[in-house]
Design a protein around this ligand. Sequence first.
Ligand SMILES: Cc1ncc(COP(=O)(O)O)c(C=O)c1O
Length: 427
Amino acid sequence: MFMWRRPPRPSRQAKLVRYESPPTKGKPATQRKIEAGFCMQRIYLDNNATTPILPEVFEAMRPYFGEHFGNASSIHHHGQETRAAVEDAREAVARLLGCNASEIIFTSGGTESDNLAISGLVDAGDHVITSSIEHHAVLHVCKHLEDFGCEVTILPVDGRGLIGPADLRRALKPNTKLISIMMANNETGVLQAVDEIGKIAAEAEVYFHTDAVQAAAKVVIDVKRIGCHALTISGHKLHAPQGVGALYVKKGTKLRPMLYGGRHERSRRAGTENVPGIVALGKAAQIAKQGLDRGDEKKMSALRDRLQQGILAQFEDASVNGEGAARVPNTANIRFEHIEGESLVIALDLKGLAVSTGAACSSGAIEPSHVLIAMGLRSDQAKASIRFSLGKQTTGADIDIALALVQETVARLRDLSPTYRRATVSS
Ligand SMILES: Cc1ncc(COP(=O)(O)O)c(C=O)c1O
């Protein structure tokens, strides 16, 4: 039987008012902790690894986790709503790259787009040309293709990190089907002459794919001017979330899918779309396009140059990897002779500055970066290299603090370095 009960009284606890001491009242908790000396301000200069999601991007994607939950393939209201959002995002990405929306395939990120482009454009017996400084998402898929009867040529680069057009021409063979050369390198930011590579590919009538993960949103991209058949981008490198990306595929290009299932993405990439991620990528692409139209990359390169020149002025034996080549505006890869890069990254992190090294940890050992080694650096020089990469959130104040932290930390590590002491005593 139903019995009416009195609702519980509001708890007395709820009436307690939180006490804030007057000088800190109204300030965010982290700010209060920094001022009280309990925690440090963190500066993030590792935007080539990943970027923070912009607030506008987060706001754009938020409803697609909740009220707009439909499957974009459903024909009812909920599906139509998310389908429209996916197609708007496709238009925005197409505007960023200078192509038609129908030429954009959404993927799970840069790795998938690279794999899809490369494995989808070649068959057993075909020859592929790539370069020694590509991301592993390209190099490892090319290695894998060799197991399936493809031939692969890996072009060298010069000391600036550039491939030579003459080397590329010489590498062409009657069975060459694809050239895959990145637009901007993730470690040095060096930009390849993609327009020229596109012309060589067109003359030879071979496909051209470019990995533009580190170029998109940093420099203007026009796929028609480049003359490429496929181009890769990744959401989390341009202030959208991790786990979403896109591949441009020129109209009429025959691409074999990598995933089979439903007819999503015009049967080129099966799988229910990641609607929140795609919406976020569309918003980030729109913001990036507006920024490029305003010339924001000049502001970014001014900040990067301030950091770079500040470091070079502080240390005589510091140098820029990739100097002399055109670079994306946000990246400076700097070599500090007689410094163990890993130690510098850890010491800077302890002081609140996030950067990364020209080395990777593989099977427990620190391996020098394949990119810097390909550019002719010795192993110790590659391991002494640090990548600083700026993002849209980076401010002039961040650069000033970073400069001060680098100065004191490098000087301290050099005092402890036996090779530095030997070098300074003998000079
Ligand atoms: C040049 C380049 N290509 C591809 C990738 C892979 O992209 P994702 O992390 O989206 O798989 C990265 C990521 O660092 C990259 O820098």
